[in-house]
Design a protein around this ligand. Sequence first.
Ligand code: FBP
Length: 560
Amino acid sequence: MECSALQQARYKYQPKLPVILRGDINNISLRLGSPTTSVADAEALADIFKQNFGKPVAQFVPGKNSKTSRKLTVGVILSGGQAPGGHNVIAGLYDGLKKGNADSELLGFRGGPSGLLENRALELSGAIIDEYRNTGGFDIIGSGRTKIETDEQFAAALATARKRGLDAVVIIGGDDSNTNAALLAEYFLAQGSSIQVIGCPKTIDGDLKNEHIEASFGFDTAVKTYSELIGNIERDAASARKYWHFIKLMGRSASHIALECALQTQPNICLISEEVEAKKMSLALIVDDICASISKRAENKDNFGVVLIPEGLIEFIPEMKKLINELNDSMAENAGEFSLITNFIDQIYWLDLHISKESADIFKSLPPEIGAQLLADRDPHGNVQVSRIDTEKLLVGMVQKRLGDLEKAGAYSGKFSGLAHFFGYEGRCAFPSNFDADYCYSLGFSAFVLIASGLTGYISSVRNLAESADKWIPCGVPLTMMMNLERRHGSSKPVIKKALVELDGEPFKAFAGKRAEWSVKTSFLFPGAIQYYGPPEVCDQPAKTLKLEHSAREKQAPAR
Ligand code: FBP
């Protein structure tokens, strides 16, 4: 296969591992802590997860472990959206398995969870793995968003796992996929099967994090890729001095990506959805705030700037959230009837009869293309596909109109030309940064240790990530520990709690302390492209959010 010079070089990159994973594979033992509980709803979750609830955190410590050299057959699944580093989780898992026992086998289920349900798998050989080491993408086996939820699906998963002679299944995914991993682990045990299930924390969105998971993999590379592009646009804006760039950034609900990119590039404005919701900011108020910065900068003849917009913003604006919820409910309740109405005008008439007048009026006030995007198909988890809603264009249009009104009233005299961008898919399959390459390889290797040691219902975790890789701390965390009950499709479901941006957290506070200055004064930062080779301070630095969260934890920790 023809490949680029960087690809060739990356094949040879040896990811850095935490010290405990570097030495003798038979000398990694697990130290089990005290029984655990869940983040909330313990009683109900203990009832749902009768076999797995309350298991202890498993710490990796030096010590003889006779189980690590067992011959094992393991299946692996990539689930959900692509995130840089997925190939390295698989490479770390493969290398761990082979180091333990050269006869162990790794099967890759194709196309996400449906590969397990439909028994579509490929044996991953050393030659295949070598072609994907340290590369972006999920193309080694593909991914998918099938949710394992019906009795038939659980039974099909178990049937495949048995047919393939699996000892364990590793599910690499986000909060929903790891919730699936927890349910599958429980189901297997309840059916008397010893097949283990281990999860790995993936998603560029950065919203699968908590006390035990410091970062989901892929976030680091995605934010660095977007920040490079934003920095380039900032320099173009400051050179041409004639455009305001409105940049929507991927990250379905949480604004972690936008916040990190803001810290890295210091744009004039960065909207944070969680703040918009907390302050109950209307769309009109958001537009007014943007116009205030544009007017102020125009007074200094700075008729240019950069605005960052989190992908999920629209769902956090109170009146839009109400509208979307009403749309979701009425479209789900009358799915058959609604699917027959294909004309947009007829759809509006239909909505008039099925949603509140207030929401219908808002719907009609939106540009038709945004309205049509709000009515588009939901994803398999019932979510509006926010990546397909052009919030950035909506805001450019509304800002332009508002500035026109202000100009007529003599309150604005600048020049405004707005350009809309969406950075999303560009960041999901980049070559993983050294951080993600090392982190993912360590996650995969740790997943092997958890499997070899006989654990199930756990997520592979690597902590202390703000330090150099040798100081990282691998462990296993029971999946139920990260769960609570949430309303989904009208009923209470066990789910892993999604981490949104905390408005009293260090990353947001660092941003909030600076944004008034950035909104008026050009303060752009240009992070440049991800560097793979060179000094560690250039190549191996983790995200700023991660470092700020780490120092906050250090401050809180009792003196050692
Ligand atoms: P995951 O939660 O599965 O990691 O996916 C995240 C994401 O990249 C979101 O940021 C985005 O909204 C969505 O996937 C896009 O989904 P799709 O790839 O199906 O268009």
